[in-house]
Design a protein around this ligand. Structure first.
Ligand code: SF4
Length: 63
């Protein structure tokens, strides 16, 4: 089964980078914290490179 990204919202600083890079995977919730709403919106490599590796708070992880 494919891995799914998960945002630790306790650590998210609302910078918006993951949403800007991968809008088909991440969005901001009602509290303006990032969440993964569509884990299949990009390849694992794209998620790794565009979100997990660049999140300044290092708060996006694989489940
Ligand atoms: S890149 Fe990280 S800190 Fe920035 S909005 Fe996404 S999860 Fe939050």
């Amino acid at each position: 089964m494919a891995r799914e990204p998960w945002v630790d919202k306790e650590e998210c600083t609302s910078c918006g980078l993951c949403v800007a890079n991968l809008p088909d995977v991440f969005r901001m919730d009602e509290d303006y914290l990032a969440e993964c709403y569509n884990p299949k919106g990009a390849s694992e490599e794209e998620i790794q490179n565009g979100a997990i590796d660049v999140c300044p708070a290092e708060c996006i992880h694989w489940k």
